[in-house]
Design a protein around this ligand. Structure first.
Ligand SMILES: Cc1ncc(COP(=O)(O)O)c(C=O)c1O
Length: 389
């Protein structure tokens, strides 16, 4: 019997849980609810009830009120709506935005769009372990700051930022705080109401739900300008017919996602990976062991050519320390922010576990990676001098 494929790229996306698929099919199939949830007739009201039940489940998981949850197409859209929506709603002439250098591109590229409009930007640096301190936030905000946007868990190195402390600072300075929680929902408890977060981006597909559905938590006193026009859905903040089956899928995803139960299991799998890989000569951990999300491990194999390692491990689904958006791989902006050279960033791998990862998968991965690193080192040692670049 052939072995099942090794999938260790759950930070990129996850397999949809069978219970989520079942809930979505029940909604789409005969006897399901195809009607428009905004329609006034009984079928519409039934579809609306499904949408509202999903909203309640999601709100419960993140300690929010159901009315604070605005459905979107995913965290990218939520990040855009939060940031652009907050700036468009603030008419002061001199406005300032604070974010970090290690955000996802959906925040960084939106920040650049603001910069192009003449908005003043502060990018906070992280330390060598990927941590941004609450004090840095305090030092950066000014009377002109409209919004601070900081991710909860970094998607490449898994570092968890202290959102509770940062939220306290923002509240004291009367500045709004947006949190990108695409990677944390379902794995780490989120207490949006308790922490006093103003805006928070969520997505379903990182937590064993479907792609193309997410939400923005918008605290009830936050004013945003919508970025899509053409309908009054979602408190007027997000126009467009609600995708009932996707929303039902996201509701089921959040119902099943239990950080108290899943977090320790994922952390155990991550630790098994690290305990095995740690034995490889010279290996380094990228990130902060004391502030590590349970599902992400980022490791660097100094001296190993990243491209050769990726080719050697082509049968394992892992992520590299570079983004291949073009023919020439660019070193990851997150790893560069930790102070890694381009070569070290490119010699790094991200392994991320999920609900369907088995302990045996971690052992197979450790063995495969160990074998390939040793083989590449032997090859490099035997290479002629003209081949050393
Ligand atoms: C931290 C973070 N933010 C935002 C996104 C974008 O999420 P989505 O795919 O739901 O648009 C991702 C996914 O790659 C992510 O990891």
């Amino acid at each position: 019997m052939s072995e099942r494929p090794l999938y260790l790229d759950n930070a990129a996306t996850t397999a949809v849980d069978p219970a989520v698929i079942e809930a979505m099919i029940a909604c789409l199939g005969s006897g399901g609810r195809f009607e428009n949830p905004s329609s006034a007739h009984p079928g519409g009201a039934s579809a609306r009830r499904l949408v509202e039940a999903a909203r309640e489940r999601i709100a419960e998981r993140v300690n929010a009120s159901p009315g604070d949850i605005v459905f979107t197409s995913g965290a990218t859209e939520s990040n855009n709506l939060a940031i652009l929506g907050a700036f468009d709603a603030d008419e002061r002439p001199n406005r300032h935005f604070v974010t970090t250098r290690i955000e996802h591109h959906s925040v960084l590229d939106t920040a650049r769009a603001l910069e192009a409009r003449g908005i003043d930007l502060t990018y906070l640096d992280c330390d060598a372990e990927g941590v941004v301190t609450p004090q840095q936030v305090l030092d950066a905000v000014t009377d002109a700051t409209v919004l601070v946007s900081i991710m909860h868990v970094n998607n490449e190195i898994g570092v968890i930022q202290d959102i509770e402390a940062i939220a306290q600072i923002c509240a004291t300075r009367q500045v709004r705080l947006h949190v990108d929680a695409a990677q944390s929902a379902g794995k780490i408890p989120l207490d949006l109401g308790g922490w006093g977060v103003d805006l928070c981006s969520l997505t379903a597909h990182k937590a064993h739900g479907p792609k193309g559905i997410g939400a923005l938590y918008v605290a009830d006193d936050v004013v945003l300008t919508p970025q899509l026009h053409g309908g009054e859905q979602e408190r007027g903040l997000r126009a467009g017919t609600l995708a009932t089956h996707q929303i039902v899928g996201m509701g089921k995803t959040f119902e099943l996602a239990r950080p108290d139960r899943d977090g320790p299991r994922l952390a155990n799998l991550r630790d098994r990976l690290w305990k095995g890989l740690e034995r490889i000569d010279g290996v380094r951990l990228n990130g902060c062991a004391d502030r590590a999300a349970p599902h992400i491990l980022n490791v660097c194999f100094p001296g190993i050519d990243g491209e050769s390692l990726r080719l050697a491990l082509a049968d394992i689904a892992v992520s590299a320390g570079s983004a291949c958006a073009s023919d020439i791989p660019e070193p990851s902006h997150v790893l560069s922010s930790l102070g890694l050279s381009d070569a070290l960033a490119q010699s790094s791998l991200r392994l991320s576990v999920g609900r369907f990862t088995e302990p045996a998968d971690t052992e197979r991965a450790v063995e495969r990676i160990g074998t390939e690193v040793a083989r590449l080192r032997t090859l490099a040692a035997g290479a002629p001098a003209w081949c050393s670049n």
